[in-house]
Write a protein that binds this ligand. Structure first.
Ligand code: TMP
Ligand code: MG
Length: 220
């Protein structure tokens, strides 16, 4: 496998769609299959910006919507170029829990933000090779106990975020795959694993240099 680049896989979905469970299982399965794979979650909480964002999500501090959005984007910029690009180049596959799509949709779901405005701060970040959208009826997602503890855990808000996700999926030229997340954990995992293996196979012979060149991976 020496010399082959890694693959950037992103899992998205509304809150409580099962992303965390699936991300962890996927990384373990890939490692067992001798891939070098790592998990990265956004917000990424090892940095000062990440800690600030967690306090905001836990409703411990208040901030204006514009500032929050720029901080979510800054949190990606402070981790992605150095960590992801170098390691992709070394052949690591990254499984990313939420990326620019959550950034855009969770702010666009608020009043007075257009999708176009929301896209701008993330322009230039690496484009994923595969985006998996875990689809779950909101009634199912919100049924779990404790839904309403975190800032965005509100049925109406999640409804609007889902609408924004759907609009983004239509607009983007990326490879989105919708995965029915209302099945058993194992069935969902099997589909995600298969799609990821296909993406790893498809990207293995692509040159990372060309793919990550400035502007070459323009997402929008
Ligand atoms: P999670 O741990 O449940 O995925 O929580 C992350 C929350 O942060 C979720 O409600 C979505 C939100 N979020 C944004 O609003 N913007 C972003 O850029 C990211 C990555 C997450
Ligand atoms: Mg949440």
């Amino acid at each position: 496998m020496a010399g082959q680049r890694g693959t950037l896989v992103v899992l998205e979905g509304v809150d409580r769609a099962g992303k965390s469970t699936q991300n962890r299982k996927l990384v373990v399965t890939l490692c067992v299959a001798s891939h070098r794979a790592e998990l990265l979650l956004f917000p990424e909480i090892s940095t000062e910006i990440g800690k600030l964002l967690i306090s905001y999500l836990e409703k411990k501090i208040e901030m204006g919507d514009h500032s929050v959005y720029l901080l979510f984007s800054a949190n990606r910029w402070e981790r992605v170029p150095c960590l992801i690009r170098d390691k992709l180049d070394q052949g690591f596959t990254f499984v990313v829990d939420r990326y620019v799509f959550s950034g855009v949709t969770f702010i666009a779901a608020k009043e007075s933000f257009s999708l176009d405005w929301c896209k701008q701060p993330d322009v230039g970040l690496p484009t994923p090779d595969l985006v998996l959208f875990l689809q779950l009826q909101l009634a199912e997602a919100t049924r779990c106990g404790g839904f309403d503890q975190e800032r965005y855990e509100d049925r109406d808000f999640q409804e609007r975020a889902l609408g924004c996700f759907q609009q983004l999926m239509q607009d983007l030229s990326l490879v989105w795959k919708t995965v029915n997340a209302s099945r058993s954990i194992e069935d969902v995992h099997e589909e995600i694993r298969t799609l990821t293996e296909e993406a790893i196979h498809a990207t293995a012979h692509q040159s990372l240099g060309a793919a990550l060149g400035v502007g070459a991976w323009a997402m929008w």
